[in-house]
Design a protein around this ligand. Structure first.
Ligand code: CDP
Ligand code: MG
Length: 662
């Protein structure tokens, strides 16, 4: 069936395409519920909608509300925890409505706004809506806010729950809130909103046969590749969806599967194999490729991060391969830092992943772990607010005029210790005063900058230290995707090409060197330059874009733009002014200790400082693999720490290596 569609695609005119899309919409489970849903939204200020993933909630419900006139005099916002979902869904809805993306239907994600004054249905990340609330706490431009994927319970969604509850009280007649979730747990949402009405959309779910491995796998990657090929050779028609943990893993898997498939003994009955990746950093036009039906006589194998778990639905999937892992960010109050970590999924996630095989017909799910290990998984995933760094959120709440964040109406309050830690960090950064009030102008300025408060502080300090031009470039390079490209088979050649950018004093300065070199190349030469230097061109374009936006922000805040030329001392000092909570000192035995927490760390092998042993560094983040690593580090002078963050380090010295109260 996919084959026929693909074959007519090129000749299919606009009108014909819309007709086909219209037909597809009408087959979705939410279609038959549309009148009831619109009615319920009219009659209830808050409505909870529960429906199976893929039933059409995200693409259809905002449009139903729009078509029914519920956006009159304003717009509809639909939040997504994931950028990929916001982009691909907006694209799809614009196509379904036959409008240009960015006009009636648009999206807005950090550093990328494809919406305009005429946008009536706007898909945006939950983080973006939170930022909009800073400027307009009543969210006057929206008549309806749809909090989608509420079951994901991201920090931003959890905070929005609290804020929107307030908006509902203050705009009783002209504001509607719709909370949408894929899990059956409507009660918690409903209870939080004072017994809100819940509506269930009847989904279709076919049986999925779940298979486990007999023994634990040594490498889930190898197992995923082998299983995908086995499905390809032995199973009937249908696409394969493989859950992996991140971009690098997906890229290497993509090559390995393609190689292995090419090496299979020829079989005229076997379809061709098309491997397609999907992850957040993939450019939008490539993201959309996974949604296109496979060409005739071809089987798609989609390699996805957990984006495809609930946020996006890809038609045609009959087989799911679940590695059982997910990459997640978590905050360790003990370390006082966020860690990016590969962790086992919860049972609920495993079920959700398997379910993706049974949307259109009976399917099969291959779990690459034993049945015994499944029973040991946590039943559900902990809401993110319980496990991440809350500094940014606390700062935004303060900026929104919420004085008592410990008493904020959270659906599931985060641990008090984590909130206290964030308050301490913000105090140390000078964003809050000792009473916990937002400082002027620093606190307000930091809340406006779309980067973590520590980086925001680097930018503000750089203005005073005469190196804001460089600091902007560094923060833009940190905020973009992976810059250095290390293709398989050419690793040495690439490493050698990268060598010329390396600056002994650290990774931040190395990134700056790449940025500067790139900017010196003429526009026409840039792609070629990137190729010959093994630099990711997309990451560079994005860095330039982020740079421009951050620069606009800084100018709006009145920060002086000034360059420090070739003297990198001011820049390193500015980095200390923001990153001092992530300072580490060399110990007598040559290992490192984070000064604020006492945690032992090693310099990450990817760092230019790896193998060198500077006395003192500050770093961007901790990564935990086999051990605890500091990633992206820069050499600093130990005396700068008490000089640039006196209160913080005076106290540390007094209480042993411990950055704050416990
Ligand atoms: O939100 P929910 O999971 O209920 O469903 P949805 O995301 O609205 O998806 C409804 C349908 O639209 C699915 O069949 C998707 O495959 C399709 N879709 C698509 O083909 N292309 C997109 N970019 C987005 C959705
Ligand atoms: Mg959805």
């Amino acid at each position: 069936m996919g084959a026929a569609k693909a074959a007519v695609e090129p000749e299919e005119g606009r009108a014909a395409k819309r007709q086909r899309l219209d037909k597809d919409r009408q087959k979705l489970p939410v279609w038959s519920a549309r009148e009831r849903l619109v009615e319920l939204v009219r009659e209830n200020q808050v409505l909870v909608v529960i429906g199976e993933t893929g039933s059409g909630k995200t693409t259809q419900i905002p449009r139903f509300l729009y078509d029914a006139g519920l956006a009159k005099g304003g717009a509809i916002a639909c939040t997504q925890p994931r950028r990929v979902a916001a982009v691909t869904v907006a694209q799809r809805v614009a196509e379904e409505m036959g409008t240009e993306l960015g006009s009636k239907v648009g999206y807005s994600i950090r550093f990328e706004d494809r919406s305009s004054a005429s946008t009536r249905i706007k898909y945006l990340t939950d983080g973006m809506l939170l930022r909009e609330a800073l400027v307009d706490p009543e969210l006057h431009r929206y008549k309806v806010v749809v909090l989608d994927e509420a079951h994901e319970r991201t920090v931003a969604t959890d905070v929005l729950f609290g804020l929107l509850k307030g908006v509902c009280l203050r705009r009783p007649t002209d504001f509607r809130l719709v909370v949408m979730s894929a899990t059956l747990d409507a009660a918690a949402f409903s209870r939080y909103f004072g017994g809100a009405m819940a509506a269930y959309v009847q989904g279709r779910q076919f049986p999925v046969q779940v298979m486990y491995t007999a023994a634990p796998e040594d490498s889930y990657l190898d197992a995923a590749i082998a299983t995908s090929l086995q499905v390809h050779c032995d199973e009937g028609p249908g696409d394969v969806l493989v859950f992996l943990t991140g971009q690098e893993e997906i890229e290497s898997c993509e090559r390995l599967i393609a190689e292995a498939a090419a090496a299979l003994p020829p079989d005229p009955d076997r379809p061709a194999l098309l491997v397609l990746p999907i992850y957040a950093a993939l450019p939008p036009e490539q993201q959309l490729k996974v949604f296109q039906p496979a060409p005739p006589n071809t089987r798609k194998v989609i390699l996805s991060t957990n984006i495809a778990e609930t946020s996006i639905t890809i038609a045609g999937v009959r087989y799911v391969v679940d590695t059982g892992f997910v990459k997640s960010r978590s905050y360790s109050p003990r370390l006082g830092a966020d860690c990016l970590q590969v962790t086992p999924v919860s049972q609920a996630q495993a079920r959700q992943r398997s379910g993706r095989a049974g949307r259109e017909a009976p399917g099969k799910a291959f779990r690459l772990y034993t049945e015994a290990s499944f029973t040991q998984l946590a039943p559900t995933t902990l809401p993110e607010i319980q496990r991440t760094n809350l500094a940014s959120v606390v700062l935004q709440l303060k900026a929104l005029g919420v004085p008592d964040v410990l008493g904020f109406d959270f659906m599931d309050p985060p641990p008090r210790a984590a909130l206290l830690r964030s308050l301490e960090l913000l105090l140390a950064l000078g964003a809050l005063d000792s009473r916990g009030d937002l400082t002027q102008p620093v606190g307000t300025q930091l809340s406006r900058l779309p980067v973590e408060p520590m980086y925001g502080k680097v930018l503000l300090a750089s203005g005073e230290m005469g190196c804001s031009v460089e600091a902007l470039a560094v923060v833009a390079m940190i905020s973009t995707d992976v810059v250095f490209h290390l293709p398989r088979g050419k690793r040495e050649e690439a490493a050698e090409a990268h060598q010329r950018f390396m600056v002994r004093e650290g990774d931040h300065l190395t990134l700056l060197a790449v940025y500067r070199s790139y900017c010196e190349v003429s526009r026409r030469e840039r792609v070629h330059w990137c190729r010959s230097h093994f630099v990711n061109p997309r990451a560079m374009r994005k860095a330039l874009d982020i740079h421009k936006q951050l620069q606009d922000h800084l100018q709006a805040l009145g920060v002086v733009l000034k360059s420090c030329g070739d003297d990198m001392r001011p820049l390193r000092r500015a980095l200390v002014a923001g990153l001092f909570p992530h300072a580490a000192k060399r110990q007598l035995d040559g290992t490192y200790k984070v000064i604020s927490s006492g945690q032992a760390v090693a310099i990450h092998p990817s760092s230019v400082l790896h193998g060198r042993k500077p006395e003192c560094i500050v770093f961007n983040e901790l990564v935990r693999t086999t051990r605890q690593y500091a990633r992206d580090a820069v050499v600093v002078e130990p005396s700068w720490l008490p000089e640039l963050a006196p209160a913080y380090f005076a106290r540390s010295a007094a209480n042993q290596p411990n950055g704050g109260a416990t």
